[in-house]
Design a protein around this ligand. Structure first.
Ligand SMILES: [Zn+2]
Length: 425
């Protein structure tokens, strides 16, 4: 009897110690609540993440924007009329990615360094040291601001310093996004390579297998990786496009120039999760729908809907993956945005876009082609998810309860038992 009890005790300890911990952080770049609502209204369906149990908003300001004051944010809160002039001072994707990954604020354009240049340590860096696997996925260039924020450092987003660090530090077990010198922004093959996104020496080393990353470049091979049984090693999924994955979900919005052979965000996310899931300790996987931001910068509402559908399909694929391969005790999915883009609102001057029915463009108006400081929605799924609400100590008169984007980092750290932010040296 004693022996049986001892065995049970050891087993329970083992379950406790060896329970995997996984966070899938999904960022719709530039996806304010109105990008979500427009897609919801156009498709006539709630997006997968709108059904998540835990919801709030998050402020996104950087050191440049200083703060978010809900008293100044609305010209008339009782009528939902935003004060866009006040809301124009805002973050960029680099400072927002820094906040989300390090739990610390910085200047626009800076990746994981303080305004004075001190190094910020990111959650992914800490987790890597603790033995977790790391995945970093986007629809835009894999060295763009949001994916580089997972573990790279620089005073200048988009610099070669970041590209080298992302490969040479080997923090990511899987790194994925657009960006090969041999394809153009639409995914069509170039006659001569253009090395504007990745230095030639680094690209050559990757191609020649000198960098510890297996390079996968086709939709077919990405799908093979997604279904392979036990993938070993590190992977760079460098999708054949130099810019966005310009595939389309809504046929009437299709860009005729876009290659039909581009993988979807759902496909590359499934390949990435299949790599990081090999680690019994668990993983941290960041997945960005980066092209929502580009659509909103261009004030292209149809492309915004298109890209948000694609992002939602990736969320759906990850929810299904958890249901089949993990559980909601071990895994948390967070869906949010790094900032709002386009000052998207209703054409009547109020904030929320209007519903004109399924397959009809909603009532909307863009008020700028830049970002804004309006808080973004946060949706969390998983048993641990409700813990994020302990940070929701503020209430906006229109949006409701909100946290700060650095609270998302603290929340994720808590789930892993890691205190974020890491103190500066
Ligand atoms: Zn942007």
């Amino acid at each position: 009897m004693k022996k049986i009890l001892l065995i049970i005790a050891v087993m329970m300890l083992a379950i406790n110690v060896f329970a995997a911990k996984n966070v899938i952080l999904m960022i719709g770049d530039g996806m304010g609540i109105n990008s979500v609502k427009m897609t919801n209204y156009y498709t006539g369906k709630e997006l997968v993440f709108q059904k998540f149990d835990t919801k709030c908003f998050a402020t996104t300001y950087s050191v440049n924007a200083k703060s978010y004051d809900s008293n100044k944010a609305w010209k008339d809160a009782s009528k939902n009329i935003p004060n866009w002039e006040y809301l124009s001072s805002c973050t960029d994707s680099a400072a927002a990615a820094t906040a989300l990954n390090s739990g610390l604020k910085t200047l626009n354009g800076v990746v994981n360094r303080s305004p004075e240049g001190k190094l910020y340590i990111t959650l992914a860096q800490v987790l890597k040291k603790l033995g977790y696997s790391i995945g970093d996925v986007t629809t835009v260039r894999w060295n763009d601001a949001t994916p580089s924020g997972v573990y790279a450092h620089s005073m200048a987003r988009g610099s070669n310093e970041i590209t080298y660090e992302m490969i040479n530090s080997k923090v990511a077990n899987v790194l994925s996004g657009a960006g090969t010198p041999v394809y153009d922004g639409y995914g069509n093959k170039r006659e001569t390579p253009v090395y504007d996104m990745i230095p030639k020496d680094l690209w050559d080393d990757l191609q020649n297998g000198k960098k510890d990353y297996k390079v996968i470049e086709t939709k077919k091979d990405i799908n093979v990786l997604a279904s392979s049984k036990n993938p070993k090693g590190n992977y760079l999924l460098s999708v054949p496009s130099s810019g966005d994955l310009a595939y389309t979900k809504v046929p009437e919005f299709a860009d005729p120039k876009a290659s039909k052979d581009l993988p979807t965000l759902a496909e590359i996310s499934l390949a990435a999760v299949n790599v990081v899931k090999e680690n019994p300790k668990g993983f941290y996987l960041m997945i960005e729908g980066g092209s929502i931001d580009h659509a909103n910068h261009a004030n292209n509402a149809k492309e915004c809907i298109n890209q948000t559908i694609s992002f939602n399909e990736a969320v759906s694929a990850m929810v299904d993956w958890v249901n089949k391969n993990s559980n909601w005790e071990d895994t948390v999915i967070i869906v949010t945005a790094d900032h709002e883009t386009g000052q998207l609102a209703n054409s009547n001057g109020t904030y929320y876009v209007g519903n004109n029915g399924k397959s009809k463009m909603p009532d909307y108006k863009y008020n700028s082609n830049g970002h804004s400081n309006i808080p973004v929605p946060v949706f969390v799924k998983g048993d641990f998810g409700k813990n994020i609400l302990k940070y929701a100590n503020n209430t906006d008169p229109v949006l409701g309860k909100y946290i700060d984007n650095t609270d998302i980092t603290k929340f994720m750290g808590e789930f892993y038992g890691v205190e974020m932010p890491v103190k500066l040296k």
